[in-house]
Write a protein that binds this ligand. Structure first.
Ligand code: RIB
Ligand code: CA
Length: 331
């Protein structure tokens, strides 16, 4: 049975790789893409989603405009990381309005219609950007939000340091009030968010060797991945002296399909919203100080080779695991 899912994202280079992976998986029924302001301003993100859908020959997938700015905080994009066009400075041609299933309906209306039009606990959400649109859904229709089957969120960090402050990961930092609202409401209704944070995504590094291998196996798809990640590779070298780039978002998609890829523990998680020092920090009560029922599954271990096995075989539509993979993942 294909899993019905909505991807809420901020494309964004790794969001785009996540969309490519999702669109390559027969296990998923992607009902729609919601674009929320984050890496890119929402209009740019909408266009980038269209560019990815065109490359994947899936312009049939509807794209909905989500929140254009955080609930309370001034909007801070991440174009310094994702390039001036949000796609690594690739400046791919825009998708003409005529070709693009860019919906006039706004994203919250889409969420409400889909969630209330299906049986409860049928449709899941993979959140790859700031959670602003989901927070707006809670404000406008908490009952609809309660019908979401599962939320897998790329965001936060537990023992790993942050990526935009010492303690905060960008998605939760960009809109801490939204992330806090989603974790609070999830707690209130007794559900759990799967937190795919930096503790696991930092282990998913697309290296030059893996990229070269992808191009050897499929020059067209590998070439597209190279085009949108080149800038991101430079950024990682400049800021972290890392050879390669951390592709956070595809892991959330892979984990949604195969839970064995990551492991962790249940815990009560709150998001700091006050001040600037710890803004957006995912405060994981791993020692149960608050004696509060868990509202999250915090993932801390990942099968890196298992992820890249899925990433390459699905994206490149390979019939079997490419033989050099194990060696290339060990480096
Ligand atoms: O912190 C990494 C996350 O923030 C990723 O989802 C990336 O795309 C950005 O949205
Ligand atoms: Ca993202």
């Amino acid at each position: 049975m294909r899993k019905k899912v909505i991807i809420d994202c901020d494309p964004g280079i790794d969001d785009s790789l996540a969309l490519m992976l999702a669109l390559s998986m027969d296990e998923l029924d992607l009902l729609g893409i919601v674009v929320t302001a984050g890496n890119s301003p929402v209009e740019m993100g909408m266009g980038n989603a269209g560019k990815v859908l065109r490359f994947m020959n899936r312009l049939d997938i509807p794209v909905f405009r989500g929140a254009e700015r955080p609930l309370k905080r001034p909007f801070v994009n991440a174009l310094d990381t994702h390039g001036p066009d949000g796609l690594g400075g690739s400046f791919l041609p825009e998708v003409p309005e005529s070709e693009f299933v860019r919906q006039e309906k706004d994203a919250v209306t889409f969420y409400r219609e889909i969630l209330c039009g299906q049986r409860p606990d049928t449709v899941s959400v993979i959140s790859l950007g700031p959670m602003t649109t989901l927070a707006r859904l809670i404000e406008q229709d908490p009952e609809a939000f309660g019908k979401i089957r599962e939320i897998v969120s790329m965001g936060g960090c537990f023992r790993s340091h942050g990526n935009c402050t010492p303690v905060s990961e960008y998605n939760y930092w960009c809109d801490p009030d939204a992330a806090a609202a989603v974790y609070r409401e999830t707690d209130r209704i007794g559900k759990m968010i799967h937190m795919v944070g930096l503790d696991v995504t930092r282990r998913i590094v697309l290296t030059p060797d893996l990229l070269t291998y992808m191009k050897r196996l499929d020059p067209e798809i590998g070439g597209f991945v190279e085009k949108i990640t080149d800038f991101y590779m430079e950024f990682h070298w400049e800021w972290e002296h890392l050879i390669g780039c951390v592709i956070n978002d595809p892991l959330a998609v892979a984990y949604f399909v195969d839970r064995a890829l990551c492991s962790g523990f249940e815990s009560y998680v709150q998001i700091e919203t006050e001040g600037d020092l710890a803004r957006g920090q995912s405060v994981v009560d791993s020692m149960d100080f608050y004696r509060h029922a868990p509202n999250a599954i915090v993932l801390t271990e990942v099968d890196t080779e298992g992820f890249f096995r899925m990433f390459l075989t699905k994206l490149l539509r390979l019939r079997e695991t490419p033989d050099l993979l194990a060696d290339l993942c060990r480096r």
